[in-house]
Design a protein around this ligand. Structure first.
Ligand SMILES: NC(=O)c1ccc[n+]([C@@H]2O[C@H](COP(=O)([O-])OP(=O)(O)OC[C@H]3O[C@@H](n4cnc5c(N)ncnc54)[C@H](OP(=O)(O)O)[C@@H]3O)[C@@H](O)[C@H]2O)c1
Length: 345
């Protein structure tokens, strides 16, 4: 396993990070524990959770993922060997089952962090992330920003001050953003610097061969500001495993189970996936491993947050650290990207 430093921290994270959002929905507690055991043995030291997991977020299953991680820590006792990341939800009426009207304000964040600490059976979180901004930005398939008619966003300064308190109390070591824009990231950095509040150290956005929007502006923010990325959905919800090719809808797979994720299917996404699959075949690689290896080689990446519902998937995905793509393969990938740019933002 390769490890990468996150600037301005003493964190050295494994190039593969373990996504957890299937545990408690597509995976049982025992399966989640088996995944953590295997990943940990393979040198994975970053686990990424969220208070709202598993996905899809439902009142019945809410918080299960963190609880499953907590029972693993209680049983295996490896808390100090794992870099534990979790997240507080942003606003949205679909999150009202978590708290009454969640926002990124003081009361909500304080309540959220206590809940996460209890479920995770720990007294500190290594990386505490804002799951999405308290601003109306394009999210989860959205493409375009529209200025709000009325701006009632929680000021970034207020959110940062609460996070600063949590760092001072030792409950949180470092902070990060998720589903963020270049403007938002720069604003967090600017306010932190001017008020001596904690700087964000990571940005966790969707990033894969079907969505390279991060490279438009956030890539520059990372390079210039010493921030690292934690790409999520590196296989575009499984689309880049190739198993949905030719219109297949495999039983029990995420895109077959939930219509709400249909944005990953569509003529442009299908055509791009087909073109990437051809490059993989010609290079003697699986499409999944080529897609993950491409992310592993990007300059801004600290840890590639994989997800798996079976042990075979987990083994294949972690083994992507041993794959190095040639310049020729990367050039062929760029040609496809220029033909079909970002079909699944
Ligand atoms: N911050 C955010 O808003 C956000 C959003 C999404 C994810 N995340 C984080 O990122 C992690 C990973 O995201 P993700 O689960 O969407 O990643 P992904 O790699 O895009 O999708 C993972 C899913 O694809 C399928 N799959 C994975 N490897 C496969 C393989 N080798 N062959 C065939 N199918 C394979 C599995 O689903 P099936 O078996 O059902 O097909 C698996 O659960 C999450 O657990 C979470 O920690 C964060």
């Amino acid at each position: 396993m390769e490890y990468r430093e996150i600037s301005h921290t003493n964190l050295k994270v494994s190039l593969i990070g373990l996504g957890t959002m299937t545990w408690g929905e597509q995976n049982t507690e025992a399966e989640g524990h088996e995944q953590m055991d295997y990943a940990f043995e393979e040198g994975v030291n970053l686990f990424d959770a969220a208070e709202m997991y598993p996905v899809p977020p439902l009142a019945e299953t809410c918080h299960e993922t963190e609880r499953i991680i907590g029972t693993w820590f209680a049983d295996r006792g490896a808390r100090d060997k794992v870099i534990l990341a979790t997240k507080v939800v942003g606003p949205g009426s679909h999150m009202n089952h978590i708290r009454d009207r969640p926002r990124l304000d003081r009361d909500n964040i304080m309540e959220a962090v206590e809940g996460s600490l209890t479920r995770l059976k720990t007294d500190y979180i290594d990386l505490y992330q804002l799951h999405w901004p308290d601003r109306p930005v394009p999210l989860f398939g959205g493409r375009d920003y529209s200025p709000p008619r009325k701006d009632d966003s929680i000021p970034i300064e207020e959110t940062l001050k609460v996070l600063g308190e949590l760092v001072d109390q030792g409950k949180v070591r470092y902070i990060g953003l998720s589903n963020e824009t270049p403007w938002g990231a720069m604003k967090f950095l600017q306010i932190a610097d001017s008020l001596c509040l904690p700087r964000i150290v990571t940005i966790q956005n969707s990033y894969n061969l079907l969505n390279r929007t991060f490279d438009g502006g956030l890539s520059e923010v990372c390079h210039e500001e010493g921030v690292r990325s934690l790409p999520y959905s590196p296989l575009a919800f499984g689309k880049l495993s190739g198993k949905y090719r030719a219109g297949a809808m495999p039983k029990g797979a995420r895109l077959s189970l939930w219509e709400r994720f249909a944005r990953y299917n569509g003529p442009t996404s299908d055509a791009a996936t087909e073109a990437y699959a051809t490059i993989a075949e010609e290079s003697g690689l699986s499409l999944a491993q080529m897609s993950l290896a491409w992310i592993n080689q990007r300059h801004h990446v600290a840890s590639n947050l994989i997800g798996a519902t079976t042990m075979d998937q987990l083994r294949e995905n972690i083994a992507s650290v041993d794959v190095t793509l040639s310049g020729e393969v990367r050039k062929a990938i760029d040609t496809v990207h220029h033909r079909y740019p970002n079909p699944c933002p």
